[in-house]
Design a binder for this molecule. Structure first.
Ligand code: SF4
Length: 437
């Protein structure tokens, strides 16, 4: 039973660290408190309740969470501070020991926050991660035009370097019918673009006996959504059928984000990934064969334990040979409790930085090449926001950033353009508007 009086005339501030999934879940927490009459604070206003949704993907992420909590406590000295999210699930006592923290909630309690807000004194409530089976549906909008729809949570893969399965639990998902309802709600709110998010979204359907392919087929039928993006999907879970579907879809953007992590089979094996470089290459080539204009981004981890100079060279050569548009490069971070710690070969921080620089330079070259080969092409751009520099920015279906003077278009509107030139300062293409879509 929730004591509603504790919410009377209260205000709240929300802070999110980490991935889009966390943003979607913070948005759900905000909605739950909002339904009790708790108003979101305005800029500069002191809050009665602060909710901090944390991340633990790297050592640096943990540090940023601790710094953020201390800063929030200083900003809102009298607020009741609730900390939840992956860091809170994995290290609840460490979080509770930070000055100003009143309540620590684990992954399962995150969206059940209303039941816990009236606990006196410092309280820590978490569940054992193997006992977490609930799926909390969430959808958030960013400050631009995108909505992030959580379709799946947790992961059953247990890659050797990753703590996510320990922080978020086993793979689970909502039903296709629920996801369609949420997409229809986005349409009612005037949203045009939805990004499907999850920890391992290709695994969608395990708990409902459905499939990711049927999910995207059903979402494609929702009238009013201009485009969907599939946020990130494991290479072994991308099927030829899925690629063919995106190729002829009305709404799914030709945009794939695929975690590669390493271009060396030896390192992939140590990482316990479920594919090798031959499979990754096959998927990239299949996408390009069926959708030549597709944007393909890839995540790479440099400096993992076991990554010798020779094995990093293999990664570099492999990635250089792939027709991909951009890399997201991460330096390997030691995570307590992971199997990767048993691998003896370690990479120094300097070497990690040097490898990261090399791949970022390669990424920049690929990104520019992908953009500039579209100059002269027609495209539909969803313009997102006005910038202080008097320009408006948006993205094409295949994720090319496009700019135009603000007076020429309006946000959240799909506009037909011809791409005219390359602006290196903004890593964007300029355009000439030719009409509305
Ligand atoms: S697929 Fe691997 S890296 Fe990704 S969340 Fe699951 S265990 Fe972690």
């Amino acid at each position: 039973m929730i004591d509603k009086t504790i919410f009377e005339n209260k205000t709240a501030a929300y802070y999110t660290l980490g991935c889009k999934l966390n943003f979607a879940e913070t948005s759900t927490i905000g909605r739950l408190l909002g339904e009790q009459g708790v108003r979101r604070v305005r800029n500069g206003e002191k809050a009665d309740i602060c909710v901090v949704n944390t991340c633990t993907v790297t050592e640096l992420a943990d540090k940023k969470c601790r710094q953020a909590i201390r800063r929030i406590h200083k900003l809102h000295p009298n607020a009741f501070v609730v900390v939840t999210g992956c860091y809170a699930q994995l290290k609840p006592e460490e979080v509770a020991s930070i000055e100003g923290v009143d309540l620590v909630l684990g992954a399962e309690q995150k969206t059940d926050i209303l039941s816990y807000l009236n606990r006196p004194g410092k309280t820590v409530i978490t569940s054992k991660i193997r006992d977490i089976h609930t799926f909390a549906p969430s959808c958030s909008s960013d400050d631009r035009t995108r909505h992030f729809l959580k379709v799946q949570d947790g992961c059953d893969y247990f890659c050797s370097y990753c703590t996510i399965p320990f922080a978020r639990g086993r793979s689970r998902n909502g039903s296709i019918a629920d996801m369609v309802k949420q997409a229809e709600e986005v349409v009612r709110q005037g949203g045009k673009e939805i990004v499907l998010t999850g920890v391992n979204i290709g695994d969608f359907g395990k708990t409902t006996n459905e499939t990711f392919l049927n999910l995207i087929r059903a979402l494609d039928e929702v009238e009013g959504i201009a485009r969907y993006r599939i946020s990130s999907i494991e290479p072994n879970l991308i099927t030829d059928e899925m690629i063919a579907f995106v190729a002829r879809s009305k709404r799914f953007a030709p945009h794939f984000h695929i975690p590669l992590q390493s271009g060396s089979d030896a390192v992939l094996k140590e990482m316990r990934r479920k594919y090798d470089t031959a499979l990754f290459r096959y998927k990239v080539e299949k996408i390009k064969e069926m959708i030549p204009e597709a944007f393909i981004g890839a995540d790479v981890i440099v400096g993992a334990r076991g990554e010798t100079n020779e094995l990093f060279d293999e990664t570099y050569t492999f990635i250089r040979s792939l027709d991909i548009a951009r890399l997201h490069v991460f330096c390997y971070s030691e995570r307590p409790g992971t199997q990767a710690l048993e691998i003896t070969h370690r990479v120094s921080p300097q070497t990690k930085q040097a490898r990261s620089r090399l791949l970022l330079d390669l990424s920049e070259d690929k990104h520019r090449a992908f953009y500039t080969r579209h100059i002269g092409c027609r495209a539909d751009v969803l313009f997102e926001h006005q910038h202080k520099d008097g320009r408006m920015y948006g993205f094409t279906q295949n994720y090319i950033k496009v700019e135009t003077p603000c007076r020429e278009t309006t946000p959240n509107e799909v506009t037909r353009v011809i791409l005219t030139g390359w602006n290196p300062a903004q890593t964007a293409l300029t355009c000439h508007i030719i009409g509305r879509s």
